[in-house]
Every structure is written in C-alpha cells, then in structure tokens.
Write a protein that binds this ligand. Structure first.
Ligand SMILES: CCCCCCCCCCCCCC(=O)SCCNC(=O)CCNC(=O)[C@H](O)C(C)(C)COP(=O)(O)OP(=O)(O)OC[C@H]1O[C@@H](n2cnc3c(N)ncnc32)[C@H](O)[C@@H]1OP(=O)(O)O
Length: 202
C-alpha cells in the first residue's frame, strides 16, 4: 500500500506517462524517419516496456465516479477530463451546464477511418462518452442499453469539433439522452441513447 501523498504523486506521474504515450503513439504511427531510427526506437521502446511491465495492476486506473458531478456543481467553467489514464480512449474534457454538456476536441491521425475522416467507431465512442458521462455528472449510475448513431457527413480529422449532449427524457430507471458533433457549425453525426440506471449502488 502506498501512503496518500505518494499515491497522489504516483497518479500525477502516471498522467504524464500516459500523455507521453499518446504522443509516442502518434509519432510512431506517422513517422517517416529512416530504417536505423525505426530499429533503434523499437529497441528503446521494448526496453521501456520491460521496465514498466515488471510491476503491473490488472486494469487501467480510473477517475473518481463523483468527479463529473463535482465539475457540474461548479458550472461550465470547470472541466472534467475523461479517461486521463487511458492512452487508447479519445482524449476529451467535458464542461457541464444544468441541462447538458459540451466539449471541444480535435481528432488526430490515430482516429482515422475513411481517408481524412474520423472512424465511425470512434464517433460512436465519443458520443457514448458525451451521453454516458452526462448521466454520471447527474449522479446516475447507468449503462447504455442502446445507442443509435446517424452519420450525416464525414467528421474531419485535424479540425476543431464541438461536441454536445443533453437529456431528452427520464422515465423511472430509463433515460433517453442525445448528443451531436458539429464542425464549422454543421452537424456531422448525432446519437440517441437509452440509459438504464442500475439497481445496485456503487
Ligand atoms: C477505447 C477505450 C475505452 C475506455 C473506456 C472506459 C470505459 C468507461 C465506461 C463508461 C461507461 C460508458 C457507457 C458504456 O459504454 S456502458 C457499456 C455498454 N453497455 C452494456 O454493457 C450494457 C449491457 N446491458 C445490460 O447490462 C443490461 O441489459 C441493462 C443494465 C442495460 C438493463 O438490464 P436490467 O436488468 O437492469 O434492466 P431490465 O431488464 O430490468 O429493464 C429495465 C427497463 O429498461 C428496458 N430496457 C432494457 N434494455 C433495453 C433495450 N436495449 N432497449 C429498450 N429497452 C430496454 C426494459 O424493457 C425495462 O423497461 P420497463 O419494462 O421497466 O418499462
């Protein structure tokens, strides 16, 4: 067991490590350096992996469940970063109002599907995050029961994207939420999700 202060330092250091990992993933996937640099970088990366893998936890670190609700209580000026410890999750920071949420993102080359376009699976991931985290910010522990995505037009890479979500209807344990992505003020994709509040408490 680590002491509380050490734990805080360890999480902060892990955040930096994950940020560096994201940068490494993008650089690796897009580098045009020569053979010698590629072989050397591969060797160095394997050495780093060997060090880190000596002691591992079974799962990726998670944030505190109540953190989005705390950000919502402060207001839209407070940002909540999703999955900061997860290099594969789409990096985004949400801002909550009384009725909804928004975020501003840019999708880089790692998220490409069709040429110059965000992969449809990542579009769904982004929108599920916008809806699901809004539920979480409202203090509801719920799972996505269904998620319908409509792809109106291509969502471009390397361009500013605006994300939105809001609650449409609440009926007992069932909540319908919707979200959308805008580029240059035009909707590229929309989502409508059904969320079921779990019976069990956390
Ligand atoms: C790439 C890297 C990623 C990093 C990611 C980090 C992840 C972080 C994670 C963040 C999370 C992000 C979000 C995620 O990714 S959530 C993950 C994806 N979702 C799941 O895995 C959910 C799987 N499903 C279930 O567990 C159960 O089916 C649930 C819990 C949803 C309901 O089972 P439960 O036994 O509790 O409920 P019930 O049967 O008593 O039904 C209750 C009511 O609901 C109605 N109903 C139920 N289902 C449907 C349906 N499909 N359409 C229409 N209606 C439906 C049903 O008719 C009834 O209505 P009524 O008769 O009362 O009127």
């Amino acid at each position: 067991m680590r002491a509380v202060e050490e734990e805080t330092d360890h999480r902060a250091a892990t955040l930096e490590l994950i940020e560096a990992t994201r940068e490494l993933m993008l650089a690796s996937a897009t580098t045009e350096m020569g053979l010698a640099e590629l072989h050397s970088a591969t060797e160095q990366m394997r050495a780093i992996t060997a060090v880190l893998a000596q002691r591992r936890r079974p799962r990726v670190l998670r944030g505190d469940f109540d953190a989005p609700a705390r950000a919502r209580a402060i207001g839209p000026e407070a940002g909540y970063r999703l999955f900061p410890f997860h290099p594969v999750a789409f990096p985004m920071e949400m801002h909550f109002s009384e009725s909804g949420a928004r975020a501003s993102v840019v999708a880089n080359a790692l998220f490409e599907g069709p040429r110059e376009t965000v992969h449809g699976g990542f579009v769904a991931h982004i929108l599920d995050c916008m809806l699901g985290t809004l539920m979480q910010a409202r203090g509801t522990l719920a799972l996505t029961a269904s998620l319908e995505i409509t792809y109106h037009r291509r969502t471009p890479l390397d361009e500013p994207l605006e994300l939105f979500s809001r609650i449409v209807e609440i009926d007992g344990r069932k909540t319908i939420a919707e979200g959308w992505i805008e580029h240059d003020g035009v909707r590229t994709a929309e989502a409508r999700g059904l969320f079921i509040a779990l019976k069990e408490t956390r």
